[in-house]
Design a protein around this ligand. Structure first.
Ligand code: GLN
Length: 528
């Protein structure tokens, strides 16, 4: 049941093959068994069971609310959830209980979804590994796949098996691990520079970043307001379309959301690929790209071509500025966003009370990790009166050029761009932490950050397993507000490649194996 699509499960619920409470308990049991992944910060067991009970009543009366009624979902811990702790994986917000739900959370609950819990992330979503939160790193469920473990054993010169677990990518790694370990059917992530697509690629999932303005940000604790969007992680493209259909649309509480009514996101089973023009941006062929990702990328292009699509090389000439431009804009917005955490209104407050200034400083020193503090410092530097023109304003202009590159390509007739999502498959935790947070984000988000600066929709679709047995995904980028068309292309591609999405299901459900892994996981956690 857990590996099925949302529509299949919804049908099973309607036909009484399983009840919402049974489904909820199955997922809760898997959450327990896979605790070593560290995917959840808070498991909202009582809330979920209560919601399941309500849903059950509706099904009994034949009054189901739709495809999400009785379906377990998870939410990244940077979305406000009424009555449920929301921490952003930071000491600053530990113990903070919001009085309201983020609009997207409320919309899911209004459709009868069961909230299993809040998922782990990098502190305030700053990162690309889900390794930099105060609750510790998230482990990639694929670290425990049979094929990957066998490969590790065949490699006598490699690191010891105990330390070989892989990162999920990030910063929505908890949401990705939660879906990929079958503890829920869909999860909300957030995407400011790639944080939904990156972990989706590493965990073998569909990871969707909607057009900026299509989905409300109200209640998403901001990182970079001009780039943040709620993201969707699911196992199948159709599931993403269902969730998007629920989330999309104007929200009076978010003035940047679209005013026009949003059409449904039901995806056709078949599209005529021969009418499509697929663009391959030449600047994305960077030397750091692994040969396996590169060859899958070109295979994917061939696939479209063999079905009659026009596949052409295109140029996005300002791509090379995107990482540095993102860095300036991100840290500048961070510096101003984080000002609200001063120990007065909410969150952590230090014990020092000699002066207000001393209290602010100590609160912020204790509350934020060095990644957040570093970004606040950089941002304030870029915003200084003497630097503002040279950095912030210049970066805004470059951002416009980057966005125009996409507009030009789409105006020339390209429907969708096809690119890698990540440079390579997931790496081990020990490998990942050799670099600092800033360098890693610069490397890992190379194919994703420009999309946020342009506000476009983009989606990771898992394509195949690498020679190590690890997922590799590719990214499709669409025209602004052509999210439906983008997902239709993604669905076609998903059908062609047949990624082995349910390969991990038995493994995650196998208690004895999980216990063995728990031992293994605790050894490697102690090593940090
Ligand atoms: N890795 C990027 C950063 O740290 C993107 C984060 C995100 O999308 N939330 O800024």
């Amino acid at each position: 049941m857990l590996g099925r699509t949302l529509r299949e499960v919804s049908t099973a619920l309607k036909q009484g093959q399983i009840t919402p409470t049974e489904l909820c308990r199955k997922c809760l049991s898997l959450i327990q068994k896979t605790k070593f992944l560290n995917a959840y910060i808070t498991v909202s067991e009582e809330v979920a069971l209560k919601q399941a009970e309500e849903s059950e009543k509706r099904y009994k009366k034949g009054q189901s609310l739709g495809d999400l009624d009785g379906i377990p979902i998870a939410v990244k811990d940077n979305f406000s959830t009424s009555g449920i702790e929301t921490t952003c994986a930071s000491n600053m917000l530990k113990g903070y209980i919001p009085p309201y739900n983020a609009t997207v959370v409320q919309k899911l609950l209004d459709q009868g979804a069961l909230l299993m819990g809040k998922t782990n992330l990098d502190e305030f979503a700053m990162g690309s590994g889900s390794t930099d939160g105060v609750f510790g790193p998230v482990k990639n469920p694929w670290s425990y796949s049979k094929q990957y473990r066998e490969k590790q054993q065949q490699n006598p010169h490699g690191e010891s098996e105990d330390s070989n677990w892989l990162i999920t990518g990030g910063s929505s790694g908890g949401s990705a691990a939660a879906v990929s370990a079958f503890t829920c059917f869909a999860a909300l992530g957030s995407d400011t520079g790639g944080s939904t697509r990156n972990p989706a690629a590493h965990c073998g999932l569909v990871g969707f970043k909607p057009s900026y303005g299509l989905v409300s940000r109200h209640g998403l604790i901001p990182l970079v307001n001009s780039m943040d969007v709620p993201g969707i992680l699911t196992r199948y493209v159709d599931d993403t379309a269902i969730v998007l259909g629920i989330l999309a649309g104007h929200d009076p509480k978010d003035s940047t959301t679209v005013q026009d009514p949003v059409k449904s996101f039901v995806l056709p089973n078949l599209i005529d690929v021969s009418k499509l023009c697929i663009g391959i941006p030449k600047e994305y062929l960077v030397p750091e790209l692994s040969s396996e990702v590169r060859s899958l990328w070109s295979k994917a292009a061939d696939l479209f071509e063999s079905e009659g699509a026009k596949v052409i090389e295109v140029s996005l000439p300002h791509t090379c500025y995107s990482i540095v431009c993102y860095h300036i804009l991100c840290t500048s917005e961070v510096a101003s966003n984080m000002a609200r955490f001063d120990g007065l209104e909410y969150g952590h407050r230090c014990d020092i009370n000699v002066s207000t200034e001393a209290m602010y400083a100590a609160t912020r020193r204790e509350g934020f990790n060095d990644v957040v503090r570093g970004r606040i410092l950089s941002g304030n530097f870029f915003l200084l009166k003497e630097n503002y023109e040279n950095y912030f304003i210049k970066a805004q202009k470059v951002r416009r050029l980057i966005a125009n590159d996409f507009v030009n390509v789409f105006n020339s007739g390209v429907d969708v761009l096809l690119t890698p999502t990540t440079l390579r498959e997931a790496v081990s935790y020990l490998e990942f932490i050799k670099e600092d947070n800033r360098t890693r984000s610069a490397q890992d988000d190379i194919f994703t950050q420009a999309v946020n600066m342009a506000g476009l929709p983009a989606v990771n679709v898992p394509m195949a397993l690498s020679s190590q047995g690890l997922p590799i995904g590719l990214q499709f980028i669409g025209r602004a507000f052509c999210d439906q068309q983008l997902l239709s292309v993604a669905k076609w591609f998903e059908k062609q490649v047949q990624f082995p999405v349910i390969q991990l299901q038995q493994l995650m459900d196998d208690c004895s194996l999980s216990l063995e892994n728990e031992k293994l996981a605790s050894v490697s956690l102690k090593q940090q």
